[in-house]
Design a protein around this ligand. Structure first.
Ligand SMILES: Cc1cc2nc3c(=O)[nH]c(=O)nc-3n(C[C@H](O)[C@H](O)[C@H](O)COP(=O)(O)OP(=O)(O)OC[C@H]3O[C@@H](n4cnc5c(N)ncnc54)[C@H](O)[C@@H]3O)c2cc1C
Ligand SMILES: *[C@@H]1O[C@H](CO)[C@@H](O)[C@H](O)[C@H]1NC(C)=O
Ligand SMILES: *[C@@H]1O[C@H](CO)[C@@H](O)[C@H](O)[C@H]1NC(C)=O
Ligand SMILES: *[C@@H]1O[C@H](CO)[C@@H](O)[C@H](O)[C@H]1NC(C)=O
Ligand SMILES: *[C@@H]1O[C@H](CO)[C@@H](O)[C@H](O)[C@H]1NC(C)=O
Ligand SMILES: *[C@@H]1O[C@H](CO)[C@@H](O)[C@H](O)[C@H]1NC(C)=O
Ligand SMILES: *[C@@H]1O[C@H](CO)[C@@H](O)[C@H](O)[C@H]1NC(C)=O
Ligand SMILES: *[C@@H]1O[C@H](CO)[C@@H](O)[C@H](O)[C@H]1NC(C)=O
Ligand SMILES: *[C@@H]1O[C@H](CO)[C@@H](O)[C@H](O)[C@H]1NC(C)=O
Ligand SMILES: *[C@@H]1O[C@H](CO)[C@@H](O)[C@H](O)[C@H]1NC(C)=O
Ligand SMILES: *[C@@H]1O[C@H](CO)[C@@H](O)[C@H](O)[C@H]1NC(C)=O
Ligand SMILES: *[C@@H]1O[C@H](CO)[C@@H](O)[C@H](O)[C@H]1NC(C)=O
Length: 633
């Protein structure tokens, strides 16, 4: 009994000392050296690193809720359930997407401590060396080149044994990983049988689909074993790794939840210098009354009275993510002067690039019906209450089994033959010869998800809701094909009828014809993949929607009707060289033309890397924190 009692006491003491506040009136003060807006992926890192210096006081204003005890976030297998719950998201949608036949699709952004790292797909992919060398070139700062950011990848990454402790030799290259970082990264802790067929394909079709021991070396091309931000069978987020209970105990760190920053306030000196020093935020208050443009000016006045204010003596760090960072900037009067004036927002700084130049990865999912009884696919675990509950109980007790993984086993990265006649007239949007145009995610999937166990499963299918497997239950193998070096660009803008309401998110999915052609060729490559002899007797047929797409025109229709997003939006506050005539932040992440404000999140990446974006965001945050610290020693 004694150890249990001791544990209970320990938990109680830890909770009572927590520096996470739910109420603004409990905060010891409202003046800090640094105010970080958003305790998401990047914000959590910056909060940790700045408070390593006991002389710095830091306040994190997070618009979301606590990540404590959110099982859907903790258990990797429940990622679909996590994404289906609107309480942990900002409930955003895109504008009608011209490239998707005018469809509007949900656009996930997390509203929880840890940000999108608490609900994302957990893929750990760094991108190509070219991606970062291009950032160095665009910013004219070699500090963003691959060789110079590698130490920051290592500072973030803590390579970990997979949950099943299987022999990982031949599945990754230890030389390109770090075991001394913060966020756990591991190979899958449970093996879906289809993994063997994917690897066999790299032997049977090695020219088209070569094996790559480690796609995180800077040279990603080929098919490799997927690496995840998972450790000990649990999701590792920016909050679970950088804001541990020990870090939360630092007396110089305060975190306020449910604190939604509305705008930033600056002084403008006589010589026109803009100096940011204050943040206005609403707390625990519905914003439903902040609607019509008609009432907007009255509301601004009313709002000022009801908002809380916090002051930063040194710097404000804006880390609200690619959708909300420009939303806050624009509402603060930082953006295109003409457009701000049209909206009636007083102009603080004319920076026309705010919210423009955003890029993302579109994705479409060809699927095949497979000859499997359920033991080879994810079906048993998703579709059978008994098995589902057993798998959950196993994970809950020992953090092992199917709940430690998702349904994707490998990723492949490929270049297209741009010499082909269909691509004539287009340039190459990729960052260089080591950079893929196309990503494939090899997935065991099943459409039908009933309500199971004590979880309310509201029906996000494992194929990401793309609807390409049709509506019947069954066993499928899918290859999620993404255009990872897109030519399309989009934007984040304010809603003219409701500037403080949700931003207008236009990721520009498949807007460029290049991206549609790239997707078409990518799907053809995916069809080629399953012609390897190893798939005989297993792959039975294409799903009806895919089988129907027998001509290039029909394939394009399939793409435009079913494609979605990989949720990798970046670029809305892009970095550029100090003397560039565009851009939002300089290479040190300072807002151009101002002092007292840096932006540290995915929005500063000027072009989406050819990879899932969290690893790049961790690099931005780790380097950004070093740049800030260096300025204040
Ligand atoms: C569904 C999904 C799946 C993904 N899958 C992967 C994957 O498998 N691998 C990968 O590498 N990447 C993935 N990504 C992308 C990756 O997670 C993001 O690029 C990255 O986490 C973004 O980090 P960030 O710090 O820029 O923003 P976020 O992590 O979104 O952090 C922003 C934070 O700011 C808070 N905030 C916003 N507005 C305000 C405000 N006004 N006031 C106060 N707080 C505010 C938010 O609540 C949030 O906590 C995925 C993203 C999504 C959405
Ligand atoms: C937030 O507001 C609700 C009612 O609007 C109230 O019940 C709750 O106690 C408040 N929470 C805090 C932490 O102030
Ligand atoms: C903190 O401030 C003290 C007194 O100014 C100084 O001596 C010390 O070096 C500072 N510590 C750090 C880590 O900068
Ligand atoms: C999203 O919607 C859900 C339910 O509809 C609601 O509970 C939640 O507060 C909403 N979140 C935001 C940020 O508006
Ligand atoms: C901004 O102006 C206010 C009042 O005019 C002043 O108290 C404050 O020190 C100024 N802050 C900065 C950062 O210049
Ligand atoms: C600012 O916006 C206006 C109106 O949309 C547009 O015409 C103008 O080109 C923009 N300015 C810049 C510098 O992009
Ligand atoms: C977008 O970025 C490119 C560089 O990638 C740059 O040339 C262009 O001027 C930018 N446009 C805007 C509006 O910022
Ligand atoms: C669910 O799985 C259990 C245990 O493997 C099995 O006995 C049962 O028949 C399955 N139920 C269905 C409907 O397949
Ligand atoms: C998970 O395990 C904990 C004990 O570690 C227990 O309290 C809890 O009830 C379990 N959850 C479920 C749903 O079985
Ligand atoms: C803009 O805001 C208005 C008022 O709230 C709302 O009715 C409308 O749907 C919003 N437009 C978009 C595109 O979200
Ligand atoms: C399905 O697989 C079984 C063995 O696993 C095999 O006997 C059968 O022929 C396969 N069916 C088809 C249609 O290929
Ligand atoms: C088959 O393709 C045609 C267009 O080529 C489309 O109109 C039809 O909806 C498609 N059917 C299915 C089942 O996808």
């Amino acid at each position: 009994m004694f150890p249990l009692a001791a544990l209970v006491t320990l938990v109680f003491v830890t909770a009572s000392q927590s520096k996470i506040y739910n109420s603004v009136s409990d905060l010891p003060g409202l003046k800090y050296d640094f105010i970080i807006i958003g305790g998401g992926t990047a914000g959590s890192v910056v909060a940790n690193r700045l408070t390593e210096n006991a002389n710095f006081s830091v306040l994190v204003l997070e618009g979301g809720v606590t990540n404590q005890g959110v099982v859907d976030s903790e258990a990797p297998f429940l990622v679909g359930e996590m994404l289906a719950q609107p309480i942990w998201s900002w409930n955003y949608s895109t504008t009608p997407q011209v490239g998707l036949n005018g469809r509007t699709i949900p656009y996930q952004r997390a509203r929880i401590l840890g940000g999108c790292s608490a609900h994302n797909g957990m893929f750990y992919t760094r991108g190509s060396s070219d991606d970062f060398d291009r950032y160095a070139e665009l910013t004219n700062d070699p500090g963003w080149s691959w060789d110079r950011v590698l130490p920051y990848f290592f500072k973030n990454e803590r390579w970990t044994e997979p949950a099943d402790h299987h022999d990982t030799r031949g599945q990754y290259n230890p030389a390109v990983h770090s075991t001394s970082g913060v966020t756990s990264v591991s190979l899958a802790g449970h093996r879906w049988p289809v993994a063997g067929r994917v690897i066999q394909t790299t032997k049977e079709l090695p020219n088209e689909f070569p094996f790559n021991l480690d796609y995180n070396s800077g040279s990603p091309l080929g098919v490799g074993w997927l690496q995840f931000t998972i450790g000990g069978g649990e999701r590792s987020t920016a909050a679970t790794s950088y804001l541990t209970s020990q870090v939360q105990q630092r007396p110089n760190l305060h975190i306020l939840l449910d604190a939604r920053v509305v705008r930033l306030v600056a002084n403008t000196t006589d010589d026109g210098q803009v100096a940011f020093h204050r943040v206005e935020f609403s707390h625990n208050q519905s914003r439903t009354n902040l609607c019509s443009r008609f009432r907007f000016h009255l509301i601004r006045l009313f709002l000022s009275a009801s908002l809380s204010t916090a002051t930063a003596n040194k710097e404000i760090v804006l880390s609200a993510g690619t959708a909300n960072t420009p939303h806050i900037l624009l509402n603060s009067g930082v953006g295109n002067k003409t457009e701000l004036e049209e909206l009636g927002i007083p102009v603080l700084l004319n920076l026309p690039s705010v919210g423009l130049n955003v890029s993302d990865h579109s994705a479409a999912i060809p699927s095949w019906i497979v000859n499997a009884t359920g033991t080879e696919t994810i079906q048993d675990v998703q579709g059978n209450i008994t098995v589902f509950n057993e798998a959950f109980a196993e994970w809950n007790a020992t953090k092992t089994g199917p709940f430690t993984v998702i349904g994707v086993t490998h990723v492949g990265w490929f270049r297209l033959n741009l010499a082909s006649a269909i691509f004539s007239g287009f340039g190459d949007p990729s960052a260089g010869p080591s950079t893929p145009h196309i990503e494939m995610k090899f997935t065991v999937s099943r459409w039908f998800r009933p309500k199971v166990g004590h979880f309310t499963i509201v029906g996000i299918p494992q194929d990401g809701g793309f609807g390409s497997t049709g509506s019947q239950p069954g066993n499928f193998f899918s290859i999620n094909v993404a255009v990872v070096s897109p030519m399309s660009r989009g934007s984040i803008k304010l809603n003219a009828s409701d500037p403080s309401g949700p931003p207008l998110i236009d990721p520009g999915l498949l807007r460029s014809d290049f991206d549609v052609l790239a997707m078409r060729e990518g799907i053809k490559m995916a069809k080629k993949f399953v012609t390897a002899p190893v798939w005989k007797g297993y792959i039975l047929e294409e799903t009806p929607a895919l089988a129907n797409a027998t001509t290039d025109a029909a394939l394009e229709a399939f793409i435009r009707n079913t494609a979605g997003t990989s949720s990798h939006l970046v670029g809305s506050a892009g970095m550029s060289a100090r003397d560039a005539d565009y851009g939002v932040v300089d290479p040190d992440l300072r807002l151009k033309g101002a002092s007292g404000l840096r932006i540290v999140d995915a929005s500063v990446l000027p072009i989406v890397p050819s990879a899932h974006t969290q690893a790049a965001v961790y690099v931005v945050a780790e380097r950004g924190a070093d740049l800030i610290k260096a300025a204040w020693v």
